[in-house]
Design a protein around this ligand. Structure first.
Ligand SMILES: C[S@@+](CC[C@H](N)C(=O)[O-])C[C@H]1O[C@@H](n2cnc3c(N)ncnc32)[C@H](O)[C@@H]1O
Length: 307
């Protein structure tokens, strides 16, 4: 729990990241009020975030709105309910881009997807289930769809493919569903793919229907919502870094339940598997932060599959 730990001082002084000389005051009581309101109104659990991270993000909004204390900011939220949107956006930084860390996508293409597809085929299960967890504006989920369209046309024609993008932030999800991006977001795409999979509209590029049709977006809070099931691949990058160790463990637990035996988890480049989860998910390509759920069963014989 942050801010309200037993014996916590009644005032916490937060250096402002914007105006370095000044400090902002955040009282424990006001912080708890804000946390309760955020949970009730937006389903966002402020107490699950790292102490330093939450303070830093909050102080950005206080400074931006020229509030000297959190009490002032609470009053402002009451007067201007649209500020809630900005606060949620500030807490759930949603920076992303297509093929972010291209070498990770290359590994997914060359090593994970061929094996995943083969496993499903050998088990007589013509389906692929991929999840971009904390997908922000959808770049990562659509990147997986582009990979499949580009390199796996055969399996796409014969297998039921589901790519799910989830995020806690409804605004991000609305942008993801719209699928329209400024050019800067497409800079890591391999040459030729922009024109092939996007159509220009004004200043932006819109994901073409052939790619969009593979992806579905829905709201999901990784801190609270139940595990999914039977997944081949969970990509959850640059989300855990903002969360406390305890919350990270809970999420990783649910990922391990969500994956089928032999399924893969991909974390962000600066993230690592922590605690007891090290046994539940085995590092298979540590450089790329790729882990696998053990217990991969032998492929059944053709007769069993058919029979
Ligand atoms: C920096 S973005 C990462 C986007 C993408 N995965 C990438 O690496 O490019 C972090 C995303 O995590 C989302 N997020 C933060 N807390 C979350 C939670 N509790 N449940 C689901 N998503 C969350 C944020 O809304 C934000 O869109």
């Amino acid at each position: 729990m942050i801010f309200a730990a037993p014996g916590a001082r009644s005032k916490l002084v937060v250096p402002s990241p914007v105006d370095k000389g000044k400090e902002l005051t955040i009282s424990v009581a006001a912080f708890q009020t804000l946390a309760e309101q955020l949970r009730a109104m937006r389903g966002l659990d402020l107490l699950g975030y790292k102490d330093r991270y939450a303070r830093r993000r909050l102080s950005v909004r206080l400074r931006a709105r020229k509030c000297a204390s959190l009490e002032d900011y609470l009053e402002l939220l009451e007067r201007e309910p649209e500020e809630w949107d900005r606060l949620v956006a500030a807490l759930s930084i949603n920076v992303s881009n297509f093929y972010r860390n291209p070498e990770t996508f290359e590994t997914i293409r060359t090593r994970l997807l061929p094996e995943i597809i083969q496993w499903r085929q050998q088990h007589g299960q013509p389906r692929l289930k991929l999840w971009s967890a904390g997908c922000a504006d959808g770049d990562e989920a659509y990147s997986l769809a582009i990979l499949l369209r580009e390199h796996f046309p055969g399996p796409l024609a014969t297998m039921a493919v589901s790519i799910l993008g989830t995020d806690i932030d409804e605004d991000s999800l609305a942008r993801a569903r719209a699928g329209s991006y400024p050019e800067s977001r497409l800079q890591d795409l391999p040459p030729g793919l922009r024109e092939k999979h996007f159509s220009p509209r004004g200043e932006e590029w819109v994901v073409r229907r052939r790619v969009a049709a593979l992806v579905r977006f829905q709201r999901q809070d990784l801190l609270r919502d139940p595990a999914l099931e039977d997944l081949d691949l969970v990509v959850c990058r640059n989300v855990l870094i903002y969360l406390s160790r305890e919350e990270q463990e809970g999420i990783l637990d649910r990922f391990s339940i969500s994956l089928r035996p032999g399924g893969y988890l991909v974390l962000g480049k600066t993230e690592i598997l922590i605690g007891r989860l090290r046994r539940a998910l085995v590092p298979v390509i540590p450089r790329e932060r790729i882990y696998q759920k053990p217990g991969i069963a032998e492929a059944p014989s053709r007769q069993e599959v058919d029979g």
